[in-house]
Design a binder for this molecule. Structure first.
Ligand SMILES: [Ca+2]
Ligand SMILES: [Ca+2]
Ligand SMILES: [Ca+2]
Length: 634
C-alpha cells in the first residue's frame, strides 16, 4: 500500500513546486484539507451473472502513478455537465481525508473541483478508425491455471461472429474496428492474489498494482503506445467484479491515457462482458431502467447482458446485444443528418430506421428531443431483431430519458414505471421492469410528457423501422404542411384549405333533455334540472335556448354518448313550430316563446322580448299552428 501524499492546500504556487511540498498521510490528518492534482478517471465495476453487483468509482491518478479513490458528490460535477464530462481530464481537487479506508488506497472526499488543461483523451469524444487493444494474459504467482489458450484470445478479438472486431464494426456502422489488436501469452505476476487484494469479493482489488505489474511483465514484448486500450486478463477472480474504464500511465516512455479493462476468467469467457467493459473503455456509462438497478435493461450491452444471453455461444459464452442510440451518439457514430432534433412548437412525422444494421442509408437512426430549460433530453430509437440485436426484448420503439448529471445517464422510459429512480413494490407506478410491454412503444401507443409538452406517438411499423410522430411544444393547429386536407394524428385536428360544404342548414350541438322533444320544438333551460333542457313554457321566456334541429350541417359536442341527448340548433336556418296566439306571423318578424310548450310566436317589439328572442321568421303563418322556417338569432 502506497502512502497518501498530498500537497497542503493553499500553499501550492505552481505545479512544478509540488514535489517539494508533498506531505505524508499523517500530516494530512492535521492539515484537514489538501489539494491533489492529476487525471480524473471513472472506473465501472460489474459483478458475475446473478450477483447484481455494479457501480462506479472515481479515482485520481497523479503524476507519480498514485491512485486516490474519491468520495464524490455528483452535484459538484453539475457545473461541468456531469461526471462524464470530467472523465480523463486533468483536474485539481480540494479534498479532505475521510476516517475509514475505502479500498486499499484509502479514501479522500472531494470538496471542490477545478478543471485543468484539456485531457489527453476526452471522456466523451468521437471514436473512429482502428482502435487496437492489447490483451495481456497475467497469472497470479499462486495460481497455475491457464483458463484459455492464447488462440482463444486471438479469436475473441477476431472479425467473424461473434469476435469483437466483427461486433464493433456492426455496432459502430463501420466507424471503428479493432484491427491491429494483439494478445500476449500467459506470464506470471511477481505476487500472489492476496497481495493484489484479489479476495473474490468487494471492491478490494488493487487496480493500480494489477495494472503496473501486468503491464511490466509484458513490457519487453509490447510497445504500448501502438494501442488505444489494454485488456488485463487474469487467471482467477479479482474482487467482486470485472472492471472497465481508463488509466493515465507512462509506458515505453510515453505518458498516455489508455482505455483499460481488468478481467477475471468469467469476464473474457463471455464476449458480452468484454463488449460491456470495452464500452466503459470508450467512456460509456451504464444504462438502466428508472429503478435504481443497473443490469435490468436488455436493450443495451451497457446494462443487462446475462438475460439476453441464452443460448450461449459454444466458444465465447454470452454474446452482447447492441447499444443504445445515446451511446452511439457519444461516439459520434450517428451522422447529424440522421439524428432528428425537433424544432419547438412543431409536429413532425418521421421514419426511424432500426438502430442495428439499418436497412436504409438515409432514414433517421434516432431522435433527440431536448427537454426545454434543462440539459436533459429524450432519445427515440427503433429496435428490430437483427444481428447483435437478435435477442432484444421486442421489436419496438424504445425511449430513453437522459440526464448526464446522474450515474446512469440513460433511463428507459417505461409506461408502467416511473422516473423517480427507485423501485418501490408494490406500488402502482413502478413495476421495475424496463423490458416489458410498458417499455416497448408499439404502433398506436403514445408517450406523453405533459409537463414538458412532449408527445411521441408510434404510428406504424415499416420494413426496417417505425413511423413516429413527435409533438414538441405547443404547435399551432393546422400548421401548413402543403397538404390541402389533413388529419393530424396526434391532435385529431382536421385541417383543410377549402371550405366546409354541408347539405344541412344549421349548426347544432348535442344537449341533454329532461322530457321527450321533437324536431322544431323551442327549447329552454330546465331550471329544475341543471344541465338539461325542456320545451319552452310561457310567453317571452328568458330561458329560451334554441330549436331542436331537423337536419344539422355541423354537429358539435358529438364525442361520447348521444343517448338522452338531442340536437339543439344554434346557428343557421331551422324549421320551428309556431302559433299565431300573438297575431299572424310575417317574414321578418322576431319570434319568441309562446304560452304553448315548445311553440314560437310573434314578438311585437324587440324591446319587449329582449333576452327572449329565438330568431327571425323567414316564412308566414296566417292562422293557427304550423311549422315555418326561421333564422336563428341571439
Ligand atoms: Ca514495451
Ligand atoms: Ca415496465
Ligand atoms: Ca407498449
Amino acid at each position: 500500500m502506497g502512502h497518501i501524499r498530498v500537497v497542503r492546500w493553499g500553499i501550492l504556487g505552481g505545479f512544478c513546486l509540488a514535489a517539494a511540498l508533498w506531505l505524508t498521510v499523517s500530516q494530512l490528518a492535521r492539515a484537514q484539507q489538501a489539494t491533489i492534482e492529476g487525471w480524473f478517471h471513472i472506473l465501472w465495476y460489474d459483478g458475475p451473472p446473478g450477483s447484481g453487483i455494479k457501480g462506479e468509482i472515481y479515482v485520481l491518478i497523479d503524476d507519480q502513478g498514485q491512485e486516490y479513490r474519491l468520495q464524490l458528490d455528483l452535484k459538484l460535477t453539475e457545473p461541468f455537465g456531469g461526471v462524464l464530462a470530467l472523465n480523463r481530464k486533468r483536474v485539481k481537487l480540494v479534498v479532505e481525508q475521510t476516517p475509514g479506508p475505502l479500498g486499499q488506497q484509502g479514501s479522500v472526499r472531494v470538496l471542490s473541483i477545478q478543471l485543468g488543461m484539456a485531457g489527453a483523451l476526452a471522456g466523451i469524444e468521437p471514436i473512429s478508425g482502428p482502435q487496437p487493444w492489447v490483451n495481456l494474459l497475467c497469472k497470479f504467482s499462486d495460481v497455475s491455471a491457464e483458463p484459455q489458450p492464447l488462440s482463444y484470445f486471438t479469436g475473441l478479438m477476431g472479425n467473424t461472429y461473434p469476435g469483437l472486431d466483427h461486433y464493433w464494426r456492426e455496432v459502430s456502422y463501420n466507424n471503428i474496428n479493432i484491427v491491429g489488436s494483439a494478445s500476449q501469452n500467459w506470464k506470471t505476476l511477481p505476487h500472489d492474489r492476496a497481495y493484489y487484494g484479489a479476495t473474490g469479493s468487494g471492491t478490494s482489488a488493487n487496480l493500480t498494482a494489477l495494472f503496473n505489474d501486468c503491464t511490466a511483465i509484458h513490457d519487453a514484448d509490447v510497445y504500448f503506445p501502438n494501442f488505444v486500450g489494454i485488456n488485463l486478463m487474469f487467471n482467477d477472480l479479482l474482487d467482486c467484479c470485472a472492471w472497465g474504464g481508463s488509466r493515465t500511465a507512462t509506458l515505453d516512455g510515453v505518458n498516455k491515457t489508455y482505455r483499460v479493462t481488468w478481467e477475471p476468467p468469467w469476464g473474457y469467457q463471455n464476449q458480452g462482458v468484454m463488449a460491456h467493459e470495452m464500452g466503459h473503455g470508450w467512456g460509456w456509462p451504464h444504462s438502466s431502467g428508472a429503478y435504481g438497478a443497473t443490469y435490468d435493461s436488455r436493450w443495451d450491452v451497457m446494462s443487462d447482458i446475462w438475460n439476453t444471453c441464452p443460448p450461449t455461444d459454444p466458444t465465447y459464452g454470452c454474446v452482447g446485444q447492441g447499444t443504445i442510440s445515446y451511446h452511439k451518439d457519444l461516439g459520434a457514430w450517428i451522422p447529424s443528418a440522421r439524428k432528428f432534433v425537433p424544432t419547438l412548437n412543431t409536429v413532425t412525422t418521421i421514419e426511424i430506421d432500426r438502430l442495428n444494421q439499418p436497412g436504409s442509408s438515409t432514414n433517421y437512426l434516432m431522435a433527440r428531443i431536448p427537454i426545454p430549460g434543462s440539459s436533459q433530453f429524450y432519445t427515440v430509437e427503433a429496435r428490430r431483431f437483427i444481428g447483435y440485436d437478435g435477442k432484444v426484448p421486442a421489436e419496438a420503439i424504445v425511449i430513453h430519458h437522459v440526464d448526464a448529471t446522474r450515474a446512469n445517464d440513460a433511463w428507459v422510459v417505461d409506461a408502467d414505471g416511473n422516473l423517480d429512480g427507485a423501485c418501490v413494490i408494490p406500488a402502482d407506478d413502478a413495476n421495475c421492469d424496463p423490458d416489458d410491454a410498458g417499455a416497448q412503444w408499439m404502433p398506436g401507443e403514445t408517450y406523453t410528457d405533459a409537463a414538458n409538452s412532449i408527445q411521441i406517438t408510434v404510428n406504424s411499423i415499416t420494413a426496417t423501422g417505425f413511423i413516429v410522430t413527435i409533438t414538441y411544444g405547443n404547435p399551432p393547429s393546422c400548421t401548413n404542411t402543403g397538404a390541402i386536407f389533413r388529419i393530424e394524428r396526434t391532435t385529431g385536428n382536421v385541417c383543410a384549405d377549402g371550405s366546409f360544404n354541408s347539405g344541412g342548414a344549421d349548426v347544432a350541438e348535442y344537449v341533454r333533455v329532461s322530457e321527450a322533444v321533437e324536431p322544431g320544438d323551442v327549447l329552454e333551460l330546465d331550471p329544475t334540472k341543471p344541465g338539461h333542457y325542456r320545451k319552452a313554457r310561457g310567453a317571452y321566456s328568458h330561458l329560451v335556448a334554441g330549436v331542436v334541429s331537423t337536419q344539422p350541417g355541423v354537429i358539435l359536442g358529438a364525442r361520447g354518448q348521444s343517448e338522452g341527448k338531442v340536437l339543439l340548433a344554434l346557428i343557421g336556418r331551422v324549421p320551428v313550430r309556431a302559433t299565431t296566439e300573438n297575431g299572424p306571423i310575417r317574414p321578418g318578424d322576431l319570434l319568441t316563446s309562446s304560452s304553448k310548450p315548445g311553440y314560437a310566436m310573434r314578438c311585437e317589439s324587440a324591446h319587449k322580448c329582449e333576452g327572449a328572442i329565438i330568431g327571425k321568421a323567414l316564412e308566414a303563418l296566417d292562422v293557427g299552428e304550423g311549422v315555418i322556417l326561421m333564422l336563428l338569432m341571439r
